[in-house]
Design a protein around this ligand. Structure first.
Ligand code: MN
Length: 325
């Protein structure tokens, strides 16, 4: 499998995770910058994240236009991704979704969304709120063109997350794994903050020092990061899609070369290729984890029909994934 193929595979996994973790439902999307061409990015055609397969991924330019002839409908709000990739060369992956728990913080001016739990630290100390009405007046509240997207990206600035008033959020990160992780923990942080507020009294937020310390200790290539990606992918029924590249040449991890001791995630490796350090092809031979597989795909029909068919893993009969469609 080529590096591009693996990036697209990871994008499918990212979509399925966001659906399974209820960050996205029928709506919401995730994109990843082209590892060899920073002026392009990959995103699905207009489709619910849970249903996305490899063939649904399209390549767009930084104006949100498809780079090849495309007759299928595209996301109306693909410009969000184009705008952020345009403005932030450091960003490799973007999520836009409407997770319910974050919505109050985009509506109520009295309380800012801030990190209150350790796993929420990655949203950063400042989460700006973008109000489309400020500049564009009465709209349908969707980001449907580049001027709106650039205005949102300007509000995001150097932050990791921007809330969109009455709508949702946009998150930006250095890799798919990171943006998925942030998008999963963002609503959890919002929920914890909301509940703490209901208890009354003063809210104790993470301090800037704590946020900084967690950022210093965080590596997109760590075993801990892979642990979350592998877990979420497996929970979402995608363990058979997981691929893990070999560790960088010349490292002690490379010498060990044991599958469960490799310290670089596939998405993280590919995210680094923008800076020229991630040119190693991903290994397609990396064994997917089956230890915790809850689902077994027995057939993935070519489209149409497009829905995978799932059966319970006889070894783990509980936690059966609900049927798709
Ligand atoms: Mn939206």
């Amino acid at each position: 499998m080529s590096a591009i193929d693996t990036v697209m595979q990871d994008l499918v996994i990212a979509n399925r995770i966001l659906a399974r973790e209820e960050v996205a439902d029928a709506y919401g999307h995730v994109s990843v910058r082209h590892p060899d061409n920073p002026k392009h990015f990959f995103i699905s055609r207009s489709l619910a994240p849970e249903l996305i397969e490899r063939d649904d991924i399209v390549e767009l330019d930084l104006e949100g236009n498809p780079v090849r002839e495309e007759k299928r409908a595209l996301y109306l709000e693909r410009f969000i991704h184009a705008g952020i990739f345009q403005q932030r060369p450091d960003v490799m992956a973007v999520v836009h979704a409407h997770a319910e728990d974050i919505l109050p913080f985009g509506i109520a001016k009295a309380t800012k969304l801030r990190p209150v739990i350790h796993s929420g630290s990655f949203i950063g100390s400042s989460v700006p709120v973008w109000d489309i009405a400020d500049k564009f007046g009465d709209t349908n509240v969707l980001v449907t063109n580049m001027p709106q997207a650039r205005d949102l990206a300007k509000c995001l600035g150097r932050n990791n997350v921007a809330l969109m008033r009455g709508h949702g959020f946009a998150a930006a990160a250095r890799s798919l794994i990171e943006v998925v992780r942030m998008s999963v923990y963002l609503p959890r942080n919002a929920r914890a903050q909301m509940r703490a507020k209901q208890l009354g009294g003063r809210i104790k937020y993470l301090s800037q020092g704590e946020i900084d310390a967690r950022n210093r200790g965080y590596s997109p290539y760590s075993t801990e990061t892979w642990r979350a990606w592998e877990y979420w992918a497996t929970k979402a029924g995608c363990s058979h899609m997981l691929s893990r590249p070999p560790p960088p040449m010349g490292t002690s991890a490379a010498a060990a070369a044991a599958p469960n001791h490799s310290s670089r995630s596939s998405a993280a490796l590919r995210s680094s290729s923008l800076s020229g350090s991630g040119s190693s092809p991903a290994s397609s031979a990396a064994p997917p984890s089956t230890r915790r597989t809850m689902l077994v795909p027995i057939a993935i029909a070519p489209s149409p029909p497009r829905n995978p068919v799932w059966v319970k893993d006889p070894g783990i009969s509980r936690n059966c994934y609900p049927p798709i469609g």
